[in-house]
Design a protein around this ligand. Structure first.
Ligand code: PGA
Length: 258
């Protein structure tokens, strides 16, 4: 498929890292590095850093995202943050369905779908995470798992809304483990996800749909992964906390061979 139809999106997932002063310092380091990038640059920061990140990135090419949101507009949901609250602040992106949310906080495909719909209704762009566990890969059901996660998460999402969705394929066994999927493994699953999008929507939608790889992407392996025909960028955890490493990944994203 023609990669020219898609942009490359490199997103940092800071997870539960950085106090406000630390966040400000990292963003100041990132600014000159990101300024050279021709791909899209996003940083998804903890809720407490959103305001700092929005202020510090004003007038730059760095976009700001959150790492989750609740599906109700407001109400008795202690500890949760709504999509409207994020949108009102000027936050542009939100990561949803991350495997750490599924693993440690009981999120399911159904609650991820609710969150996706709420985020899109609020005007946010969604980075939807899908991915198989190691035993699922070993059992040969990667496509079934990733296909099911994709289909359920996108239930009720219209063609028009799909333009504001990116999928991050993140094999759970590769997250934070230093084990990266090979470029071929990453491409194979991203390609499969694209075929699911084509079935659910249309071939034209699938051709324009951005699919990232995530899971131990770093300064060394980014170029090979991002140059795969169906990989349109990355969702980067650990390596997004180091400006120099993130800079190398942004360079790989900017020089991606179509
Ligand atoms: P990692 O995390 O790059 O540290 O493996 C990726 C992610 O969880 O989004």
């Amino acid at each position: 498929m023609n990669k020219d139809l898609r942009k490359v999106v490199i997103a940092g997932n800071w997870k539960m890292n950085k106090t406000r002063p630390e966040a400000k310092a990292l963003i100041e380091e990132l600014k000159p590095v990101a300024a050279k990038a021709t791909c899209d640059v996003v940083i998804c920061v903890p809720f407490t850093n959103l305001e700092t990140a929005l202020d510090a990135t004003k007038g730059t090419n760095i976009k700001v995202g959150a790492q989750n949101c609740h599906f109700e507009k407001s109400g008795a949901f202690t500890g949760e943050v709504s999509a409207d609250m994020l949108a009102e602040m000027g936050v542009e992106y939100v990561v949803l369905g991350h495997s750490e949310r599924r693993q440690y906080f009981g999120e399911t495909d159904v609650t991820v779908n609710k969150r996706v719909k709420a985020a899109l209704a609020a005007g946010l762009k969604v980075i939807l995470c899908v991915g198989e566990l190691l035993e699922q890969r070993e059992q040969g059901v990667t496509e079934e798992i990733v296909g099911m996660q994709t289909k359920i998460a996108l239930q009720g999402v219209t063609d028009e809304e799909l333009k504001n969705v990116i999928i991050a394929y993140e094999p759970v066994w590769a997250i934070g483990t230093g084990k990266t999927a090979t470029a071929e493994q990453a491409n194979e699953v991203c390609k499969y996800i694209r075929s699911v999008i084509a079935d659910l929507y249309s071939m034209a939608d699938a051709c324009e749909f951005v699919i990232q790889y995530g899971g131990s992407m770093n300064a060394k392996n980014a170029e090979e992964l991002i140059n795969q025909p169906d990989v349109d960028g990355g969702l980067i955890g650990g390596a997004s906390l180091k400006a120099a490493d993130f800079g190398v990944i942004l360079e790989a994203g900017s020089n991606c061979i179509a």
